[in-house]
Design a binder for this molecule. Structure first.
Ligand code: NAD
Length: 490
């Protein structure tokens, strides 16, 4: 135990041990070796973190937006300077290829910080002409102390999607990372503090969801909860937050369809759907998991696709040339393999993958898996598997494709491929999801609003709308007439 890395709490600019003295052990999913001890923050620790955030809110909210933006740029510079070591650490705890840790987790976080640094010019309200004797105006005010709860699949990128707009808006933060991925964000908080982020503005409380997360959502000092995670926990968070009518935004699960029409550029579609399905081991809420192929191109597309799937280089994620790493944990590995078994028992045929790679003896590796003959109502076509498993479903008409795409309670993302612009617009409007790609797939950029329909969430992150999560609109009405009209006679 003594040699394991320690992930503590970060409160008020200082590294703090958990009050109960409890830690749990996290293993490296690619080696199965114990890797770190993660602090279990208690209710008392959450109290301390919220008090620190509350105290710092009084000063941080008054810092000018342009000065807050400068701090965001300093954090971006710190991430850039430490990109290599942070990417390595992120790979040790997530199992994802170091290429993805560097380019997507750290690189994407830097882009998000830079984008929101620019957004300090968007904190303006408006003036509203009412009548000749009154001027009304809106003021945009920071919502207060925010709780940010993060899942394990993109522990850094998803943190910065929340941290960057909250900071520029003038909010202060208590962030709870996922149990499985707390180490890198804890290191980043320490670096941010050294780079000039004032104490108490960003506090980190690692720990268990049902203890630390629950205490945070219940806490009376929290003004807003920004949650990313599963739909089931999101529903619970929403119920808990309703007790004190906290503001809530939810980014939840998904089951993304990607429809390939018979006039699509197949080479491009194959390339993008490979990335769409297997990037981040398929542990991606927008992953292409229902690959829907028009019957006319079904065989041709599938042959081209499967040939490339089999060439994906899976292995040690710390090596720069590795293209796919290990899934996050033993439990998740078992769950994904159970889904593959369930798919087979419901009639699907495994055309690639389906099991662990025989060359890798340790670690939670699963070969990229393609299932065909999948019924649109089969479990693998409906449940969020959140692993490297793509279900291939044929269709004949546009109407049928739309109906299969919408056959889900989720509505996060989706894609379609066609060279017919009218069809592209028609289908894009008919798919019930919040984020769509046409003739490309994947990549969520900070300039664009992202968020789910239906049970995939409430609210948007990123883009212009992302900053609204952290602002309250106050309306101020000023009377400018010389005399007050009389309502009573006396
Ligand atoms: P999860 O819901 O199990 O956990 C998410 C976070 O919630 C963790 O930090 C966890 O500790 C915390 N938590 C658990 N119980 C809690 C409680 N009672 N109160 C407060 N917090 C609690 O999700 P996960 O397994 O970490 O992540 C995978 C899920 O996240 C998938 O469903 C995926 O689709 C979703 N996700 C969605 C998006 C999006 O942008 N929509 C992005 C990434 C992941």
């Amino acid at each position: 135990m003594a040699s394991l890395r320690k992930c503590n709490l970060f409160i008020n600019g200082k590294v703090v041990k958990p009050t109960g003295g409890n830690y749990f052990v996290r293993e490296n999913p690619a080696t199965e070796n114990d890797f770190a001890q993660i602090a279990e923050s208690s209710k008392k620790d959450v109290d301390k973190a919220v008090s620190a955030a509350k105290k710092s809110f009084t000063t941080w909210s008054k810092v000018t937006p342009s000065d807050r933006a400068k701090v965001l740029l300093k954090i971006a510079a710190v991430l850039g300077k430490n990109q290599k070591s942070l990417a390595h650490l992120n790979t040790l705890e997530t199992g994802k290829p170091v290429r993805e840790s560097g380019l997507v987790e750290i690189g994407g976080s830097i882009k998000t910080l830079e984008h929101y640094a620019g957004a300090h010019t968007q904190l303006n309200g408006e003036t509203i002409p009412v009548n000749e004797n009154q001027i009304s105006m809106t003021l945009k005010e920071p919502v207060g102390v925010v709780a940010q709860i993060i899942p394990w699949n993109f522990p850094l990128l998803l943190s910065f999607w929340k941290i960057a707009p909250a900071l520029v808006a003038g909010c202060t933060i208590v962030l709870k990372p996922a149990e499985l991925t707390s180490c890198t964000i804890f290191e980043i908080a320490r670096l941010c503090s050294k780079a000039g982020l004032p104490e108490g503005v960003l506090n980190i409380v690692p720990g268990k969801g049902e203890i630390t997360g629950q205490a945070l959502v219940e806490h009376p000092g929290i003004d807003k909860v920004a949650f990313t995670g599963s739909t089931s926990v999101g529903k619970h968070v929403m119920k808990t937050a309703s007790d004190s009518v906290k503001r809530v935004s939810l980014e939840l699960g998904g089951k993304a369809p990607c429809i390939i029409f018979d006039d699509a550029n197949l080479e491009n579609a194959v390339e993008a759907c490979l990335r769409g399905g297997f990037f981040n081991q398929g542990e991606n809420c927008t992953a292409v998991t229902k690959l829907m192929l028009h019957k006319k191109i079904y065989k041709k597309f599938l042959d081209m696709y499967v040939k490339k799937v089999k060439r994906i280089n899976i292995g040690d994620p710390t090596k720069p040339g590795t293209e796919m790493g290990a899934v996050i944990s033993k439990d998740h590995y078992d769950s994904v393999l159970n889904y593959i078994a369930k798919g087979k028992s419901e009639g699907a045929k495994v055309v690639s993958g389906g099991s662990r790679p025989s060359k890798l003896k340790k670690g939670y590796f699963i070969n990229p898996t393609v299932l065909e003959n999948v019924d649109p109502n089969a479990t693998v076509a409906c449940d969020e598997i959140f692993g490297p498993v793509v279900a291939v479903i044929p269709f004949s008409t546009e109407e049928e494709a739309i109906s299969i795409a919408n056959n889900t309670d989720y509505g996060l993302a989706g894609g379609l491929w066609t060279n017919d612009i009218n069809r592209a617009m028609r289908v894009a409007k008919s798919i019930n999801a919040g984020y769509l790609w046409v003739n490309t797939y994947g990549g969520i950029i900070p300039q664009t609003p992202y968020g789910g329909f239906k049970q995939s969430g409430i609210g948007k992150e990123l883009g212009r709308e992302g900053i609204e999560n952290y602002l309250e609109t106050k309306c101020v009405n000023i009377y400018t007439g010389d005399s007050m009209p009389k309502w009573y006679k006396g």
